[in-house]
Each structure stands twice: as C-alpha cells, then as structure tokens.
Write a protein that binds this ligand. Structure first.
Ligand code: FAD
Length: 427
C-alpha cells in the first residue's frame, strides 16, 4: 500500500525521520499543498523563496522518481482526496507545533480515513518535551538551555531517497518565482553550513557590515536542513561553537514558549505593557510608513528596513535596533512591526518572530527590561563603524535626499521611560 509524505517545513530528503517512517510502510508519494491561508499573507521574497525551494526539492526527487506532487487548496480537503485517490494506507508528516499548523493537522486528521502519522519535528528537542523541576514549561532561557543540553537529541536520521520506491500522481505546476541570487534547497543549505563551520562566530556575530553570520535561518525555517544536522557538526571545544549552539537553542526556546502559550503569538506575555500610550490612527500610519520604507533618518534602522524589503532578510543586530526604534522611539505597538516582519522575512517564523519582538518590546518571557533602550546612533557607530552596511542599502545617505531624523531619540527615550514609570506606578 502506498503512503503519502506531506512536506511542510521539512523540504529536504536527508536526516528526515518522517521519510524513514513512510518508506518503511511501502511506496511513497511526495506531496506539497499550496495553502492560501499561508501564502496569502506572505510577501514576495518569502513566497519566492518557498517556490524556489520546492523546485529544488522537486529536482532532488526527480533523480529518484516522478517528482513532487503539488496540489492547491485547503489541506483538510486536498490531503484526504489524494489519499482516497491512490488508496494510501497513511499520511506521514513531521509534526508542526505552531498554532496554525497544529490546528490544520487536527482538521486533516479528522477528515482522513487513514492515520496521520507524525514523526520528528523541525527541532532538535520537540516543543513540550522539557519541563522545570516543578513540572511547568520554562519561561527563562538559561535554565531551558541547560535542560535542553542535558536532554540531548538523536543522531541525524539515515533517510536515503535512493532506497525509496517513489510514486507520482497528477498535480498543478509550481508557481513561477523570481530567480534570486542566493542558492536555495537542501544541497545549498548543507553547503552553506559547511562553508560557515569554523567561523570565529563570537567576533563577527554583531557586525552587519561584515555579514558573516551563517544565514541558515531560511534553511532552518523551511527545513532544508535539520538543526540536528547542524548540531552534529559543531566542535564544542571551540567557544565560538558553544555561542552558536546557544543561538540555535533560542530558536528551540521560542518554539517551546509558543507551544506552551499559543496565545502569546498575538497577545502580550506581560499584559501590563499594553497600557503604554502608543500612537494610533493617522499618526501611527505615518510613522509606520516611514519605518517600513526605511526613511526614518536613522541610517542603521533605514538600512535594515530596506534590506528587509529587498532581500527578505535582516541581520540580527539590526532587527533588534529597528524593532526597538519602532516601539520605543516611534511608540508604535510591537504587533504592527511583527506583522510587517512576518510578511517579508524569508525566515519568518511565528515563534522566533513574535517572541523576539516581545523580547525587544520588553513584554515577553525572559525579555530585555523595558528601560533598556537601544540608541540607534551609538549602535550604528559601534556595529557598523565605517558605515559600510548603511551605505550598502542607502545610496543617497550623504545627499539632501536623505531625510532628517523623524524624531529626536533623546526626547523619545525620556518619553518612553516616563510612560513606563507611570504604568509601573499604577500596578
Ligand atoms: P546566526 O547568527 O548564524 O544564527 C544561527 C541560527 O540560530 C539562526 O539561523 C537562527 O535559526 C538561530 N537564531 C539566532 N538568533 C536567534 C534569535 N534571537 N531567536 C531565535 N533564533 C535565533 N529568526 C528567525 O529565524 N525567524 C524570524 O522570524 C525572526 N524574527 C526576528 C525578529 C526580531 C525583532 C529579532 C530581533 C530577531 C528575529 N529572529 C528571527 C532572530 C534572528 O535575527 C535570526 O534568526 C538571524 O538573524 C538569522 O540569521 P543567521 O541565520 O545568519 O543567524
């Protein structure tokens, strides 16, 4: 009996536990479903990345069989239909722990006459697995990290696409994608990782001008590489590799937090900060327009926002500065910024995005204290000392076409702190 392997955030064939589980049961039909609920809110770089990655997966599959079957529609309709059509004995997936993915999978499971089998996940340690001594989910990163390391993870799964009996079916063509410069797909992700390994990460991680971080985030987001593959390649005798492992653990921590508190994707983890006096109406729209277009008059912020629109990616240090600027200098609620990031980031991931935003805004689990406010000018001087990053993205930087600062940082900082003191006093 054939089975279906339904790809979602696991667009690879190596180190793929669900592929191993499917292949054990018989011939495998590889499926991807174009779901408007996910594609609709996605900006162009994000959709293009996905379509290019699917093309790469299809090419890899064609080396061994008829290739990826692409269908379009609501998964709870499309997946059971295909299962009935080919007489599938089961549908195999990697578990999805996000709020939309988990609810979608429950609907698909309900609609299927055969089992939906979840094997593996996009994480080294599945969200929900780790608990504090008191049996509660972790809210603080450092104890989570300790428990995560102690728990450990399995060695990479030995899935081999050449050993699978692949089957096909009719489907729709993959949508066209603008061709990007960056190679995508599983082979590119592995090459990227191999090229990055051994980098003196501690020395370069905060420097957007050097641009030497791993840039593995889109590959991890779409599952072109599994974090276990990356973890297995670290040399923990090197302090750089230990720092890098902590960064991978932040990704796991936020997935764990979102799983424990799904409502934290939208609502404040610390609700008292909702009472801050945020701007609204046309003033909010005006400020958001300047921020999203990269025309605030603060070069490090503007360079980042323009990089986001052009590449669908932004350096981590700049994400922090740009997010802090929106919330603490422009007094716009973090949810507006988070939505813009999610729409455009090729690595846009609900858990990492919403919780990093809440960290910056001071209202998340284990967040930066509200009074820690990034100064966009000194941050720029420190982390982009020669203005190389700013000039890369703002050609008119030294000309009169570049806007004056939209607000005065010192004034806005004082305003933010006063407002914060007030709401703290009211509690
Ligand atoms: P590297 O420095 O090479 O780090 C390696 C990997 O560790 C990353 O690929 C990522 O998977 C993980 N990682 C590193 N830092 C973080 C972090 N702070 N939180 C979670 N994981 C981390 N990352 C996303 O993957 N998706 C998002 O939607 C996202 N939104 C963000 C929003 C804001 C406001 C901020 C401040 C950060 C956000 N990040 C997000 C985290 C981080 O900026 C990116 O993961 C990182 O810049 C990706 O570049 P890299 O792969 O070169 O990172």
């Amino acid at each position: 009996t054939p089975t279906i392997l339904w790809f979602r955030r696991d667009l690879r064939l190596g180190d793929h536990p669900a592929l191993l589980a499917a292949a054990e049961q018989g011939p495998v039909l590889p499926l991807f479903v174009l779901d408007d609920a996910l594609l609709g809110p996605s900006g162009r770089p994000r959709r293009d990345y996905l379509f290019r990655s699917l093309r790469a997966l299809d090419a890899d599959l064609r080396a061994h069989g008829p290739g990826l079957v692409v269908r379009k529609g609501r998964p709870e309709q499309v997946v059971p239909e295909l299962a009935a059509e080919i007489g599938a004995g089961a549908v195999h997936v990697s578990a999805d722990f996000g709020p939309y993915g988990a609810a979608r999978d429950a609907r698909v499971e309900e609609a299927l006459d055969v089992p939906l089998t979840r094997t593996g996940s996009p994480y080294a340690v599945g969200p929900g697995r780790l608990r504090t001594g008191g049996g509660k989910p972790y809210q603080v990163f450092t104890p989570f990290y300790r428990a995560w390391v102690e728990h450990g993870w399995r060695a990479p799964a030995a899935s081999d696409p050449a050993a699978v009996d692949w089957v096909g079916a009719s489907g729709v063509a993959l949508p066209e994608a603008a061709s990007g410069d960056e190679p995508v797909g599983e082979a590119a992700a592995r090459e990227r990782w191999e090229a990055f390994r051994g980098t003196p990460y501690d020395d370069i991680r905060d420097r957007p001008d050097l641009d030497e971080t791993s840039r593995l985030s889109p590959a991890l987001r779409w599952g072109e590489i599994h974090p276990r593959t990356v973890l297995a390649g670290l040399d923990l005798r090197r302090p750089h590799d230990e720092t890098f492992r902590r960064e991978l653990a932040w990704r796991e921590f936020y997935a764990h937090v979102l799983h424990a508190w799904p409502e934290s994707a939208r609502s404040y983890f610390r609700p008292e900060l909702r009472a801050l006096p945020y701007v609204t109406g046309t003033e909010r729209e005006r400020r958001l327009a300047a921020w999203t277009a990269g025309r605030t008059g603060y070069p490090i912020v503007d360079a980042g926002m323009r990089q986001l629109l052009a590449e669908g990616w932004m350096h981590n240090r700049v994400r922090m500065i740009a997010a802090s600027f929106l919330v603490k200098d422009l007094h716009v609620e973090w949810t507006y910024g988070a939505r813009h990031f999610m729409r455009h980031l090729v690595d846009g991931d609900l858990a990492s995005n919403q919780h990093n935003w809440q960290w910056v805004a001071g209202c998340g689990t284990d967040a930066a204290p509200y009074f820690r406010i990034f100064n966009p000018t000194t941050q720029g001087r420190k982390f982009d000392p020669d203005g190389v990053y700013a000039r890369r993205w703002i050609p008119e930087l030294d000309s009169p076409d570049y806007p004056e600062p939209i607000v005065d940082h010192a004034t806005q900082r004082a305003e933010a702190l006063t407002a914060y003191q007030l709401i703290r006093g009211n509690r």
